[in-house]
Ligand binder design. Structure first.
Ligand code: TZP
Ligand code: MG
Length: 227
C-alpha cells in the first residue's frame, strides 16, 4: 500500500516555453509549494533523459522540504533513478501491472482515465489514484481524446463507488480559480467525491505561483455559494 497522500491541490508541471516561459522550474515549483500544493508531478515533454533525471532530482529535494511527494509523468525509469514516490501513467504508457512490478507496493501510481471502463480497469489493477479528465478543454494539452466535463466525471465516480473501489480521485483539465469550485461540487456522485484537483497552467504560468496556489487552495477549502 502506498502511504496516505493529500490529493487536494496537485501541481502538474510543464516545461514548455508557452507555459513556463523563461523562468526556472524549480523556483516556480518551490513558490507553489509555499502556496500550499499538496502533491507534485514532474511532467516534461520537451527535455531529454539526462535533463529529466537531473531536474527530477532537484524537484525531489525541494518537494521533500515541504513533505510533499513527487511523482514522474510517464517515465518509470526516471522515477526509479531518482527514488521518488511514484509515477503517473496514461493509457498509452507502460501498463499499470508492469509499473507496479518495477516500482513496488509502496509506490504511488496514478492513471489517467476518461471512461468508466478505463477507471474500472485501473482500479482492478491497483491504481492508487485516478486522474479523471479531461474536465474542460485546455490549451495545455490539446491532443486529449475526451472532454468529459462535470457530468462525465460524476458518472465515473458513481461507477467506481458502486464497485466499492478504494481509490483516490482527482480531476484535470482547465481547472483554475474560476472553475475549481464547480469542478469539485458539480462532479460529486452520491457516494464518492473528488479528493482533489490537478492544475498545470493556472499555477505554472501564473505571475505569482505562490499566490495562485493559495487562492485555489482557499477555494478548495471554502464551500461554494451554490452548493
Ligand atoms: N491531462 C489532461 S488535461 C491536462 C493533462 C495533463 C493538462 C491540464 O492543464 P491545465 O493547464 O491545468 O488545463
Ligand atoms: Mg503519458
Amino acid at each position: 500500500m502506498a502511504p496516505a497522500v493529500d490529493y487536494s491541490l496537485y501541481l502538474v508541471t510543464d516545461s514548455s516555453p508557452a507555459i513556463l516561459g523563461d523562468r526556472d522550474l524549480i523556483e516556480v515549483v518551490e513558490a507553489a509549494l509555499q502556496g500550499g500544493v499538496t502533491l507534485v508531478q514532474y511532467r516534461d515533454k520537451v527535455s531529454d533523459t539526462a535533463v529529466l533525471v537531473s531536474t527530477a532530482r532537484r524537484l525531489h529535494l525541494v518537494a521533500r522540504k515541504y513533505n510533499v511527494p513527487l511523482l514522474i509523468n510517464d517515465r518509470i525509469d526516471v522515477a526509479l533513478a531518482v527514488g521518488c514516490e511514484g509515477v503517473h501513467i496514461g493509457q498509452d504508457d507502460l501498463d499499470l501491472p508492469s509499473a507496479r512490478r518495477l516500482l513496488g507496493e509502496k509506490a504511488i501510481i496514478g492513471v489517467t482515465v476518461s471512461t468508466i471502463e478505463e477507471a474500472q480497469l485501473a482500479c482492478r489493477d491497483g491504481a492508487d489514484y485516478l486522474g479523471i479528465g479531461t474536465m474542460f478543454a485546455t490549451a495545455t494539452k490539446t491532443n486529449t481524446k475526451d472532454i468529459i466535463g462535470t457530468a462525465g466525471t460524476k458518472e465515473i465516480l458513481g461507477a467506481i463507488a458502486e464497485d466499492g473501489a478504494n481509490v483516490r480521485t482527482v480531476s484535470i483539465g482547465g481547472i483554475n480559480v474560476s472553475t475549481v469550485q464547480r469542478v469539485l461540487y458539480q462532479s460529486s456522485a452520491p457516494k464518492k467525491q473528488l479528493d482533489g484537483v490537478a492544475v498545470v497552467s493556472a499555477i505554472i504560468a501564473a505571475k505569482d505561483p505562490k499566490r495562485a496556489a493559495e487562492e485555489i487552495m482557499n477555494l478548495i477549502r471554502t464551500p461554494p455559494p451554490f452548493a
